[in-house]
Design a protein around this ligand. Structure first.
Ligand SMILES: Cc1cc2nc3c(=O)[nH]c(=O)nc-3n(C[C@H](O)[C@H](O)[C@H](O)COP(=O)(O)OP(=O)(O)OC[C@H]3O[C@@H](n4cnc5c(N)ncnc54)[C@H](O)[C@@H]3O)c2cc1C
Length: 383
């Protein structure tokens, strides 16, 4: 292990940099990836420590830090994005100029991995938040090679992944733009795997063909987790109620290092930070139609210039950064784990997902009654 296990963010920079390829990322019992070193071939060059963004977390100085509320003008783009579709706009521009866009997408087995895309069809796989930690594989290496070949690159990821990239590169590149997302914390890939198996087993002989963690059919605020299966059936669960996303909200399943995340704050290493503009109805009501508004924070000159060049395609309004962030605690502070987090994660590896949910995520009496009353009222209104 390069850094203490509880602090390792799983960015994978150490595995990318190792000149002897003797570091591989292996899942632990909770399903999170950690570096494993083949000591026999290690030459103790120290590159893995040098590149670690946790050991060498950069103390940042304030730059320009301008904040905007943004909505893509095309509502179809917003419907396919988690918030206001700002990422799509940046990515589309990069692809149109022959560049490469890097972000997190599901593979055919719905395992989340970082990948590079260079055409608009493939770009769709990057859109939308996936509440699971992505496997970065050899993405830092690939990014560096692309930058050295002179190609424009838009790299997106969690704040730790972006900081890992900068440490891996070791120097600045004019042709690189980085985007980090406001990240609450990343849940376990094993939990997602066990949830998928549980949902699929409820539908005999079916295969999942689509997963959307931010389905907006009931609105942006009341988003759902939507899974589509090859027999045409659909599962849709409102985020605060679905067993997977409810456990996330109850702080039962994030990576241990997320609870002490050092990458929080208004100052970031990235050129641009993207988040959901929670609280937009209080900050700027005119920009809220419950279809999604992005919070965009510009940190660098490069990020600001790119943003300005795209203004024709978006509705954008400058806002006060501190006012915007007061509704987005996840941008500033790490989450606090539930006292039951470790027990949940242990049981998650062996228990049926339904039983696990009943044991850890059941509503208390008051919430259960409130939900029942709401359901009855809805039924009466529908008649
Ligand atoms: C795990 C997670 C937690 C988040 N928590 C918050 C929060 O607490 N508050 C908040 O305001 N916003 C949060 N976000 C960010 C937010 O949901 C949107 O991603 C962001 O607003 C960008 O939205 P968009 O409409 O511009 O683009 P979208 O199309 O929604 O954004 C897609 C971008 O997100 C990246 N992405 C998706 N999933 C992952 C992942 N697992 N790991 C790394 N990159 C990923 C894609 O690579 C792509 O760059 C979170 C996102 C994730 C993935």
């Amino acid at each position: 292990m390069v850094v203490d296990k509880e602090n390792c963010c799983g960015c994978g920079a150490c595995a990318n940099i190792c000149p002897k390829q003797c570091i591989s990322m292996k899942p632990d019992e909770e399903g999170f990836l950690y570096p494993a070193t083949d000591r026999e071939h290690c030459v103790f060059c120290g590159m893995c420590e040098k590149v670690c963004p946790v050991i060498h977390h950069t103390k940042l100085k304030a730059r320009r830090e301008e904040a905007y509320a943004v909505r893509h003008k095309d509502n179809r783009v917003r419907d396919n994005s988690s918030s206001g579709g700002m990422f799509y706009l940046l990515a589309q521009h990069t692809i149109a100029s022959g560049g490469l866009v890097i972000g997190a997408a599901f593979d055919d087995d719905f395992v989340l991995r970082h990948k590079a895309v260079s055409d608009m069809d493939d770009l769709m796989s990057l859109l939308g938040s996936k509440y699971v930690q992505s496997d970065t594989q050899q993405i830092y290496k690939l990014t560096k090679e692309s930058l050295q070949s002179g190609r424009q690159v838009l790299f997106s990821g969690t704040p730790c992944q972006v900081e890992a990239l900068y440490r891996y590169l070791g120097k600045s590149y004019d042709n690189l733009t980085t985007v980090d997302i406001i990240c609450h914390g990343v849940p376990s890939p094993l939990q997602w795997e066990r949830y998928k198996q549980w949902r699929t087993s409820q539908r005999k002989n079916t295969r999942m063909v689509q997963a959307d963690f931010r389905d907006k059919s009931a609105g942006w605020r009341h988003y759902s987790l939507m899974l589509r299966f090859d027999n045409g059936s659909i599962h849709k669960g409102i985020a605060y109620d679905d067993p997977l996303t409810k456990a996330y909200r109850m702080e039962l399943c994030s990576r241990p290092s997320c609870y002490g995340c050092p990458f929080k704050g208004a100052l970031r290493m990235s050129d641009i930070t993207l988040g959901d503009f929670w609280g937009i109805e209080k900050v700027l009501r005119a920009m809220d139609d419950d279809r999604g508004t992005s919070l965009v924070i510009l940190h660098s000159e490069k990020g600001a210039n790119l943003f300005r060049s795209l203004e024709a395609h978006m509705e954008a309004a400058e806002v006060d950064l501190n006012e915007a962030l007061q509704y987005n605690g996840a941008a500033l502070r790490p989450p606090q784990p539930s006292e039951r987090r470790d027990a949940y994660m242990k049981d998650m590896t062996v228990m049926d997902f339904g039983d696990l949910t009943r044991k850890y995520c059941s509503d208390d009496c008051f919430t259960a009654c409130k939900k029942l009353v709401k359901k009855i009222i809805k039924k009466i209104i529908r008649r």
